[in-house]
Design a protein around this ligand. Sequence first.
Ligand SMILES: Nc1ncnc2c1ncn2[C@@H]1O[C@H](COP(=O)(O)OP(=O)(O)O)[C@@H](O)[C@H]1O
Ligand SMILES: [Mg+2]
Length: 405
Amino acid sequence: MNKTLLVLAAARYQLDTIRCARRLGHRVVTLDNRPDNPGHREADKSYNIDTTDMEAVLEAARHERVDGVIAACTDVAVPTAAFVSRELHLPGPPLESALITCSKIRFREFLAGKRFPVPRSLTIDSSREPDAALFEHRRWIMKPDQSSGSKGIFVVCSRAEFGERLPQMLNFSPTQTGILEEFIEGHQGTCELVLRHAEIALTCISDRATADLPYVATRGHFLPSKLSTALESKLLIELARACNLLGITAGPVDCDFVAAGDQVYLLELSPRMGGNCISALMRQALRFDIVEHSIRLALGEDPAPPVGLGVRPCAAVILGVDEAGSLTYDPEGMQSLQRESWVQSLSLDMDQGAAVEPFINGRNRVGEALVIGTDREEVEAKVAELYRRLRLRAIQVSTPGSKKG
Ligand SMILES: Nc1ncnc2c1ncn2[C@@H]1O[C@H](COP(=O)(O)OP(=O)(O)O)[C@@H](O)[C@H]1O
Ligand SMILES: [Mg+2]
């Protein structure tokens, strides 16, 4: 006991990890370049270093004599965690795989090279215009190379729309490049895996609700998934093969996929825990604590996840508003919802009146909820009821210059 865990990033999504590690009796060191992030206040020690500055993070890790490093729910820090664990001989995924999976361009090349099903795609930057003929019969999705939370991602139907969105997309790309790929209409899902000894030891497949096009922000995860058994086994076979080829043999893996016809397309895969309340969802659905499991693993233990878990129907809802403005909701509705037995948790990130942006990417969320039901249908009905009673929206604030007459 009493080991030291380095947690990369200290934002809202890392709080679970920080708290759990401390509850297990460990010393926690947090690190990122936002000193006012909430996780630092709960850590034993914190550093003001960019999580992508590999050498500086390694130096801090050496100085603190850490026994483990974890990048929970954050993609950009995954290669750094892999680098530190390699240099200090700690558990972690191979650095090369972390670099492949955190780049959308490199991950597509990997998948195509290994003959996985992939949408047609091309690399884009500010100097290349895609052929107008591309847009004749299909929709395309443009994504920054290294980004997350649907930031800078747009579905486009014409070259004009592409041109309009390009600067916004590049704005979120540290490499000033991105990918344009065929938008696959289908069943959107997320799969959390736990690998042990190079085999899948536990899975959690959810159906993902997304924002209305042209945006794709995740608005919720619903369990149990409605994916057919045949597609589910296809997904797991593909995931096992991808992890195997990438040399990822232990720990959590977070994957977004889309199933269309009899194909499953792996959109994104990362050797880390998923964000968007996934760990709370798994705790509710499976009574399995992926956070505690991942911490034990990062600190050199070899925990075995439980087998044969049944899925309890539930949904994680990420709350947001459609327009920019001032946040408003029904406070009585909120309080009465919080007392409902089917609302496991419901919280807003900001107060009534706060300035909010439309929910087009994860950054613009305003809260979250965890809803349970006896079956999937009831869960969906309860989520609809939650939206109805909360009456969450943004109202336009009139500024002095906007008055008419
Ligand atoms: N080729 C595609 N076809 C259909 N949907 C896609 C495609 N690529 C991405 N998406 C949608 O966009 C979302 C965000 O894309 P993703 O590659 O997962 O980026 P991020 O790192 O922002 O999560 C996905 O979860 C999915 O809903
Ligand atoms: Mg994703």
